[in-house]
Design a protein. Structure first.
Length: 223
């Protein structure tokens, strides 16, 4: 009788633990009505993972302190360039992040291209997925969200991350942006992850960037 009671108690503990894990997982996954119009539940979990990676690895912070930590990072990045973030971690950690999410999520945000221009021939770079879910999400969100509107406008015109100039918009509106809004966090995270990717993905591109850095540094020293 005692053994049976112990078994029942053990089963109850397992059941309650399972329920707690599910509840915690649901609470830990943030979403918005705009995201749910375009992405599946599993894809939204992946988007949370992308956002959390940016917060922990590049902002060196947590969700609760997103606004303050982003503002500090932004000032450094705006004054010193994207290298402020590039030098934070080994880019291979970002590649591992991509592998931790589903390919379907990655493919709805990004596509990888190979440069065919003579100067940069063969170099790989990342672009917003043309007519992917992320672009569709931005388009819909742009009706009510000024950050998304600015991002969508330049993405539609250029089809590129480099030309979004999101940091210019942020610098002009940093006190008006609601950094607790998950939509805004996600836009910012994907923008910066994409910018970092374009400097870290291709060895030729990385070498050329470092050579340019050294050249600029020598010019400053000679002034």
């Amino acid at each position: 009788m005692e053994d049976r009671r112990l078994k029942l108690d053990f089963i109850k503990i397992i059941v309650f633990a399972g329920i707690a894990i599910i509840v915690f997982s649901c609470e830990n996954t943030r979403s918005t009505p705009e995201l749910e119009q375009h992405f599946s539940k599993n894809q939204i979990k992946d988007l949370n993972e992308l956002n959390d990676f940016f917060i922990s690895e590049y902002l060196k912070s947590s969700r609760d302190n997103y606004g303050d930590s982003f503002k500090k990072m932004f000032v450094l990045e705006y004054n010193n360039g994207i290298d402020t973030l590039i030098n934070q971690i080994d880019f291979n950690e970002q590649l591992k992040l991509y592998n931790s999410i589903s390919k379907s999520t990655f493919d709805e945000i990004w596509e990888i291209k190979t440069n065919t221009t003579e100067m940069f021939y063969g170099e790989k770079y990342i672009l917003p997925k043309f007519k992917g879910k992320f672009q569709s999400y931005l388009k819909g969100l742009s009706r009510t969200n000024s950050l998304a509107k600015d991002c969508w406008k330049y993405m539609e015109q250029s089809g590129d991350f480099f030309q979004l100039m999101l940091n210019i918009y942020i610098s002009k509106n940093i006190d008006e942006i609601n950094f607790t809004d998950f939509n805004n966090q996600l836009i910012i995270s994907i923008y910066y992850l994409s910018m970092i990717d374009n400097f870290g993905r291709d060895e030729k591109s990385k070498k050329r960037r470092l050579e340019l850095q050294n050249k600029v540094q020598k010019q400053f020293k000679n002034l």
